[in-house]
Design a protein around this ligand. Structure first.
Ligand SMILES: [Zn+2]
Length: 95
């Protein structure tokens, strides 16, 4: 049985990384579904709000708890080697 820490590899290049040697970055990304107050226009206000709420509840009932949470909040942690990090941090949304 392996009692040491789980091996870490660079998410981009796959290089194996040794924690504690200053050769990696731990990257934590938090994504939150639109945290701003809702914006309504006149068309929204003209709708039957009750029907809209029932529609949303029905949609959420189709999901399990984890899926429902994932729709509003995700946290992802991964590791990058220093070389990959240097390029990634300049343009983190690049594909
Ligand atoms: Zn790398």
């Amino acid at each position: 049985m392996n009692s040491g820490p789980a091996p870490i590899s660079c998410r981009r290049c796959g290089r194996e990384l040794v924690p504690g040697r200053g050769e990696l970055f731990a990257v934590s990304i938090v994504a939150v579904a639109d945290p701003y107050p809702p914006v309504f226009d006149e068309r929204d206000l003209a709708q039957d709000v009750g029907a809209e709420i029932r529609r949303l509840v029905a949609r959420l009932n189709g999901l399990d708890e984890q899926q429902a949470r994932d729709q509003v909040y995700r946290r992802v942690v991964f590791h990058l080697c220093t070389a990959c990090y240097a390029g990634w941090i300049e343009e983190p949304a690049a594909t």
